[in-house]
Design a protein around this ligand. Structure first.
Ligand code: MF3
Ligand code: CO
Ligand code: CO
Length: 399
């Protein structure tokens, strides 16, 4: 039932504020040719009540105002909601028992990667062919020095790409603009943004706002003062992937969110500190669980750290929660991610109808940090470590 809303008696649009059928369009949005769903209201009352937050969608639209890098495809034409993996797009906000206040916004057209950049096997088809059936799903590869050197290079690029994204984060920018920066910075370095078309994921990075745990799809929503946003970047370069993410503050953020984000950062630091040959993969979750629980927070169970290299996701599987049953012990030469997702409320997650966006079941906020790691003879090398020039966005890193 994907009806056009131009009929006066039936509306396919739902009110931005209350979700009821909507027949009014914000005149400013119409003038700026912004997506119709984001501009729809049922009554003047809902329109007026929404004004204080709704007006932010007008700011800077069509003006090419962000860091000189506004994508060429930002016209409202072609902006549609993402619905299920790769299959459909819709002009109508899907129905869902939303767990919090965040909603999906329309997404822009797929970004292009120039000829000459080496692409993973899903880039054209949306389906990874080698990854699912590889032996590396069962055995944890010991990388050669040559592979390790390529991992270093790729992870360094991924770090610089994430840092470029971090520098533009402020109230008023859209997550699609973050995606554009990630996309352009990645291809400028000669890399491919691994998420793009991976199992039909439509964008070049994941942007996870507030109650989104992970795999948020960059869209037309403008970041608001007080939001938190995780940006997860993966780069494919010289045949290997490098994967990292950080959660950023948008403007002034409340104390509970600052506690959540800092504690999540510490969970990853503490987990990394135990990595060395002989340590059990299952112990990673014990360390994270202890710190999160002691801080009054909960650990997500559905998404785990993973092996990485020539494959985006492979063995080992590394849960972040306590009493997990991960198999195996760490050996020098292995590369994998640790990427704890920590919730302010309950640990349980739910999936949006887009098939990607994982949100907290109670609508409370979630934070995440991720590094790609190499086990060395004596401990660990953080391949995606912060650089001296990385933007200074975490207050606790200022001694
Ligand atoms: N970067 C994510 C991870 O840490 C995976 C994103 S896959 C995508 O494993 F398709 F959602 F982009
Ligand atoms: Co990862
Ligand atoms: Co990642």
């Amino acid at each position: 039932m994907d009806k056009d809303s131009s009929s006066p008696t039936e509306s396919s649009l739902s009110c931005v504020r209350c979700g009821k059928p909507a027949f009014l369009q914000c005149p400013k949005c119409v003038e700026l040719k912004l997506p119709r769903q984001g501009a729809a209201f049922c009554t003047q009352d809902c329109f007026k009540a929404s004004w204080s937050f709704h007006k932010s969608v007008h700011v800077g639209s069509n003006l090419g105002h962000v860091s000189g890098s506004v994508p060429s495809n930002q016209s409202s034409d072609g902006w549609l909601y993402c619905l299920r993996k790769g299959q459909t797009r819709t002009s109508q906000l899907p129905h869902f028992d939303w767990t919090g206040t965040l909603r999906p916004y329309p997404i822009s057209k797929q970004r292009l990667v120039p000829e000459g950049i080496e692409k993973p096997d899903w880039a054209d088809s949306g389906i990874p062919k080698i990854e699912p059936s590889s032996d590396l799903q069962n055995i944890v590869e010991i990388k050669t020095p040559e592979q390790i050197e390529r991992m270093r290079e790729t992870c360094r690029i991924a770090r610089e790409v994430l840092d470029a994204a971090a520098r533009i984060i402020r109230p008023g920018i859209t997550t699609d603009e973050i995606d554009d920066v990630v996309h352009q910075a990645t291809i400028a370095a000669g890399g491919y943004p691994s998420p793009l078309n991976y199992h039909f994921f439509p964008k070049s990075c994941c942007t996870s706002v507030n109650e989104v745990i992970c795999h948020g799809i960059p869209d037309a929503r403008r970041l608001e003062d007080g939001d938190i946003v995780n940006v997860d970047v993966t780069v494919y370069y010289k045949g290997v992937h490098g994967d990292l993410n950080e959660t950023f503050f948008v403007g002034e953020v409340d104390e509970a969110s600052r506690h959540l984000v800092r504690c999540t950062y510490e969970c990853l630091e503490k987990a990394i500190s135990i990595v060395k040959p002989g340590i059990r993969f299952r112990d990673v979750g014990e360390v994270i669980n202890r710190h999160a629980t002691m801080s009054g927070l909960a650990v997500v169970k559905s998404y785990c750290g993973h092996g990485i290299g020539e494959l985006f996701h492979c063995a080992p599987n590394i849960p972040h929660y306590g009493r997990n049953k991960a198999v195996g012990i760490m050996k020098a030469g292995q590369t994998f991610t640790i990427e704890p997702m920590i919730n302010a409320g309950i640990w349980r997650d739910r999936l949006w109808p887009d098939g990607w966006t994982a949100v907290t079941a109670d609508g409370k906020r979630s934070a995440q940090f991720e590094h790609t790691l190499l086990v060395t003879e004596t401990g660990v090398e953080v391949l995606t470590a912060r650089l001296p020039q990385s933007p200074n966005v975490f207050p606790w890193l200022n001694s």
